[in-house]
Design a protein around this ligand. Sequence first.
Ligand SMILES: *Cc1c(COP(=O)(O)O)cnc(C)c1O
Length: 410
Amino acid sequence: MNIDTALPQRTLPSDQDASGRTLGEREIAYLSEAIASGTLTSTKGRFVRALERTFADTLGVKHAFACSSGSAAVHCAIAALDLEPGDEVVTTPITDMGALAPILYQGAIPVFADVDPRTLNVTAETIEAALSERTKAIVVTHLFGIPCEMHAIEVLAKKKNLPIIEDCAQAFLATHRDRYVGTIGSIGAFSLQQGKHVTTGEGGLVVTNDDALARRIFLFINKAWGYGDIEPDHYFLALNYRMSELQGAVGVAQLEKLERAVERRVLLANILTKWLESVPGLSTPLQPLEGRGVYWRYAIRLDPAFFPGGPAAFAAKLKDQSILTAPRYIAKPAFECAVIRDQRTFGKSRWPFTLARPEAVRYDRERYPGVYAGLDQVLVIPWNDKLTIGDVEYIARSVIATARDLRRPA
Ligand SMILES: *Cc1c(COP(=O)(O)O)cnc(C)c1O
């Protein structure tokens, strides 16, 4: 590719508005139907039920439940396990706080595994190093839509008899060994937030093949009220995490577009990879050994030996080209956030951290070489299914030109 010609500025589509979202007539039609019906609650309406059925069928899983957010979806998954206070859940420090807060709300202790610096995903090895006799579950996050290497994680979980929760908020229709992520572990959690593959503004989905877990998930969304039972009661502590029919209507229309949206993201990402794969010092997203990534974002890695200014310098240059990337993805690992670092939970109690093994809440830098190396090298390029080939070429040219400008002279 000739990169010597000056690039005319281009405004890329954004998933925060209509430019980067595929919301249209179908959503409006279903929404109108929901409003005209006068039934806006999912306990009586048809759209949330249809969304759940369609999503379950899409993934080939027995049960799917809609809820109010991706955070709520993870909360349902954790709550379904009915943990005891002080139980440990091994998870990743590079994720959305919405995936960690539910562990604390259920009285459990998040114990952070290190990650593979190339993917920022947890691995069987890093999980194993974080296990203790108090570990009761594993949460994996398929970051940026690239699936974790699930086979080795499954083998470990089986050996230790631990349930796996898959956080698939960024990984709709990603696969591992021809299985969709979210159906490999005991429970899968998805987000329909504004910036995800498909959206209802806010919303979440929880899937499982296990009837007993499904029952608890359903109850947890519904204040644990036994709808339809002969003698219903509020069986345990739970909130109202229901999705409304308004979101359900939009969600049904969005699911019709999911496969195409995912295909488009993958196709465009493969094109960008072709263009970027030979840039010295730059690594394109590591492909899963036995599966398919679905590119929630397109995350590249910059070798510090080539780029002394790191992702921050790269991002500043790309910003001049109106390409708004995120150096480091998240500013810091989750355990450096006040809620966890300072144990700000319920009043001054610090509960449930007061129940934790001291070892489980020590976040020394040396324990997390992959986390720090990974965050120092990653540059996250926004991605959506409304990008054109021209947009992708523009991104490629801008990245190649930036790499040439910033590379340390040999
Ligand atoms: C977005 C996200 C969540 C939380 O979803 P919300 O709908 O924003 O509550 C959880 N985990 C991951 C990995 C996410 O990307």
